[in-house]
Design a protein around this ligand. Structure first.
Ligand code: CP
Length: 332
């Protein structure tokens, strides 16, 4: 494995191999495995889990890491091609990224969607431009339309909980004060489809996932024996569900239009996960969320603090899942 930028770059056996390795490293640590190796982490956007779990995971394998948050103690980085750099951005990624890559053995980059133009974000223009500048193993720490590290940890979590590979998985839109990127819903949808699950995207009118995202998931489902469909009918979606994956995202009808998005979401107050949502689900139905989550906006306290919630387990699993990625990229 040379890069880890999209779970779809791996076949199913490749993902299962990473999951086996993650479980092995969790229970049988290899504290010398990456001795002397260095992980560089570039965060154009904030993080709690991704940053800390990568640093902790690298240290547990004997390696070390450095973190760059452009503009916070370092130069502001410009990423627009052809930009006239007479503003506050002192350095271009065309120099900054290769320089950072030259200091480390593997580089991770987080660069969220701009959220202005859906076609540009779907094409992952910004991430791909930077990826081209890296001549080392590269890890996607969350790009405009992908979060493969989260997806791998979520697959691991479902395996541990013995959620059947063919189980019913509901990815539901939930409330947030403003539009959030499509990266996690897109990656989660693809992951569940690749796992072979019966996947239902539950979302209100105006929040349908882009056709490109749905088509990619349908292709993964066709290969795995799973299925993918979407609905706005909560009762129908939740009937027999084994997992409810709650996630916030912006209106695709009003992409890049904050006022249009806000007007639509203002009418959707009942899209906060509460116990009555599970009336027709399987009794053991679990609630997943990548975190951070807005309590009593996206998910009610009583659900997050109750037995259905596995959000902390998902967050914990980020570390062993990423240790497996680092191990495969650097040690083979
Ligand atoms: N789920 C996730 O990626 O968390 P952070 O944004 O805190 O890294």
């Amino acid at each position: 494995m040379k890069r880890f930028v999209d779970l779809a770059d791996l076949d199913r056996e490749g993902v299962l191999d990473l999951l086996d390795l993650a479980a092995r490293l969790e229970h049988h640590p290899e504290p010398q495995a990456l001795l002397g190796r260095i992980l560089g982490l570039v965060f154009f956007n904030p993080s709690l889990r991704t940053l800390s779990s990568f640093q902790a995971g690298m240290a547990r394998l004997g390696g070390s890491s450095f973190v760059i948050t452009p503009g916070q103690g370092t130069w502001q980085l410009e990423s627009r091609l052809g930009a006239v750099m007479d503003g506050d951005r002192a350095e271009h990624v065309r120099e900054g990224i290769p320089v950072l890559a030259s200091y480390c053995d593997v580089l991770g980059i987080r660069s969220f969607a701009e959220g202005k133009n859906l076609a540009i974000d779907l094409a992952e223009v910004q991430f791909h431009e930077m990826a081209r500048l890296v001549d080392k193993p590269l890890i996607n720490l969350e790009s405009a339309m992908n979060h493969p590290c989260q997806a791998l940890a979520d697959w691991k979590t479902m395996d541990e909980l013995r959620v059947p590979r063919s189980g019913k998985f509901v990815l539901s839109w939930v409330k947030h004060p403003r539009a959030l990127p499509l990266a996690v819903p897109a990656a989660t949808l693809h992951m569940a489809a690749m796992r072979g699950m019966e996947v239902v995207v539950l979302r209100p009118d105006g929040f349908a996932l882009p056709e490109q995202v749905m088509a990619k998931a349908r292709a993964a489902a066709a290969a795995s024996g799973g299925s993918v469909r979407e609905t706005d009918n909560r009762d129908e979606a939740m009937t027999g569900a084994q997992v409810l994956y709650a996630k916030e995202w912006g209106s695709t009808r009003h992409y890049g239009d904050a006022a249009g998005d806000a007007a639509l979401r203002a009418q959707l107050g009942d899209w906060m996960v509460q116990e009555p949502w599970f009336a027709k689900a399987q009794q053991t139905c679990k609630v997943m969320h990548c975190l951070p989550v807005r309590r009593n906006v996206a998910i009610a306290d009583h659900v997050l603090d109750g037995p259905r919630s596995v959000v902390l387990r998902e967050a914990h699993n980020r570390m062993p899942a990423q240790m497996a990625v680092l191990h495969r990229l650097l040690k083979q």
